[in-house]
Write a protein that binds this ligand. Structure first.
Ligand code: CMP
Length: 138
């Protein structure tokens, strides 16, 4: 029996990449790996919204800078769909720190630093649902 595991995940193209007009190139990388962009919007969020979005990191020393950064300029938020979308997106993004990211990954190609690492992706199917609702519940 052929089992299919179509999932959705949330992707954010962060301010450093949008600012450098890399959003279309990054979207092409997703499409080339078989992701369907189900919904997308370019927005700028308030710092208070970034604080809600990254609440899981609220005890981390980098939390304040992270939230200031995500709200510092336009971002592109997308719902991506594919077989095993959550892990597939994490593979395509590469390691959180672009210095550790493998060749062929988005963060290796475009990331500047651990903060300006160009993209965010949900880390589990459960969090993907929460993050998709956060940006696209209407
Ligand atoms: P992201 O996948 O968006 O999730 C949280 C973000 O925090 C992460 O990418 C990094 O850009 C940022 N960050 C900054 N410092 C750290 C750190 N020391 N460890 C993990 N993430 C960090």
């Amino acid at each position: 029996m052929i089992m299919s595991n179509t999932e959705q995940t949330l992707s954010i193209i962060k301010p450093d990449a949008v600012e450098r007009s890399l959003d279309n190139e990054i979207k092409e990388m997703f499409k080339n790996k078989g992701f369907l962009i189900v919904k997308e919007k370019k927005i700028q969020i308030e710092k208070s919204e970034a604080e809600k979005f990254y609440k899981v990191h609220e005890t981390k020393p980098f939390y304040n800078d992270l939230c200031a950064y995500l709200s510092s300029g336009p971002i592109v938020v997308m719902i991506l769909e594919r077989e095993n979308a959550v892990s597939g997106n994490r593979d395509l993004m590469g390691a959180t720190n672009p210095n550790d990211a493998e060749e062929g990954t988005i963060r290796k190609k475009y990331g500047i630093s651990i903060d300006k690492n160009s993209v965010h992706g949900s880390d589990s199917v459960e969090n993907a649902k929460i993050e998709i609702d956060f940006f696209f519940k209407d």
